[in-house]
Design a protein around this ligand. Structure first.
Ligand SMILES: Nc1ncnc2c1ncn2[C@@H]1O[C@H](COP(=O)(O)OP(=O)(O)O)[C@@H](O)[C@H]1O
Ligand SMILES: [Mg+2]
Length: 318
């Protein structure tokens, strides 16, 4: 089972991080880095573009929590084998040691930038945004065609039924959320809709999930890359990649600006959806965000607020 607890992130100042990224790349390629650029990152990861002599640039990602390196590099390789859209190849992977005291790996640099940061694309005409949704969901559907006999983590799927994995996980998240609520760290705004949704768990999840499909796990617009002319250039940054209910790969689409690109709508129109898909996506989205809050201690209202609202709305439809 996935651990539902706070994860300590290693402290790393920017200057050190830049130096470590350069060192790791220099060691792997036997060449002096010509430049290092901070590409950004979240609670546990930070990515750097490293320019090597000869015009080649790679990305080095530093992982500030243990237990991530093996899974993240494994999942990139696995997804890459099954995805028609580019996913960065892993070029090297190295555990923390005295020289570079943080886990890290190097990967190919994908052209372009995350769709989330392409302001002009957000404002582009509907036709362009719909074409993007087609390209993204076609590639995602190809990933979902890779199935396993069992559900669970890509490294060791162990559950015969999706519910056997998801129910205990959801229960553990709720239990931790209740603890945080009691301690004053999680407000009524969040715990009330969680309680209401939990009451309806057996209805929302009454339909059996037939297939254990490979999912990216964090396919939001921050991890979908676009290049010139808003062409889809790749997917990056898988997280919690699993053999799962394929609809578990859709709730991320609605986070941030995803709705603007009709992503989840397009997938469902083209490839179908289960009876309670709206309720499931609301549940998955809210639970995942609370899970992220539990792990990182960071609450992002911009993401959380719409999830809370959507959960209430979807419950009212039942
Ligand atoms: N392989 C890559 N090619 C190009 N840019 C990348 C690549 N990997 C990461 N980036 C850039 O670095 C940023 C942070 O990397 P990401 O892996 O998404 O970290 P996090 O896990 O913190 O979200 C991304 O938003 C993207 O701009
Ligand atoms: Mg990311």
């Amino acid at each position: 089972m996935i651990k539902v607890e706070r994860i300590a992130a290693m402290k790393l100042d920017k200057k050190q991080a830049v130096a470590y990224a350069a060192l790791a790349a220099e060691e792997a390629f036997g060449k002096k880095a010509e430049g290092v650029k901070d590409l950004g990152g979240g609670s546990f990861g930070r990515a750097f573009g490293v320019a090597l002599p000869g015009g080649k640039s790679i990305v080095v990602k530093l992982l500030r929590a243990g237990d991530m390196l093996e899974k993240e590099t494994h999942d990139l390789e696995l997804l890459r084998r099954h995805c028609p859209v580019r996913i960065p190849a892993v070029l090297f992977s190295r555990r923390a040691d005295e020289r570079v005291p943080v886990d890290c790996y190097g990967m190919e640099m994908i052209e372009g930038k995350p769709a989330l940061y392409a302001l002009s694309f957000l404002l582009a005409g509907e036709k362009k945004r719909r074409a993007f949704a087609e390209a993204v969901t076609d590639a995602q559907y190809a990933l979902h065609q890779c199935t396993a006999a069992r559900f669970g983590d890509t490294l060791a799927p162990a559950y015969d039924r999706w519910q056997d994995f998801y129910r205990p996980f959801a229960a553990a998240v709720l239990e931790k959320a209740e603890e945080m609520h009691a301690a004053g760290d999680l407000g009524e705004k969040i715990i009330l809709p969680m309680r209401a949704a939990w009451e309806k768990f057996d209805v929302i999840f009454s339909e059996e999930v037939e297939r254990a499909c490979l999912i990216h796990g964090d396919l939001n617009v921050g991890n979908i890359m676009i290049g010139r002319g808003y062409r889809l250039t790749g997917f990056i940054d898988p997280l919690n990649s699993m053999y799962a209910d394929r609809e578990y790969d859709l709730f991320q689409f609605d986070n941030l600006t995803g709705k603007r690109f009709f992503l989840s709508e397009t997938y469902r129109r083209k490839f179908g959806a289960s009876q309670y898909c709206d309720q499931k996506l609301a549940f998955y989205g809210l639970w995942n965000e609370v899970f992220c809050y539990i792990k990182s201690g960071v609450l992002v209202d911009l993401i959380m607020d719409p999830l809370v609202k959507n959960m209430g709305r979807r419950l009212a439809e039942l």
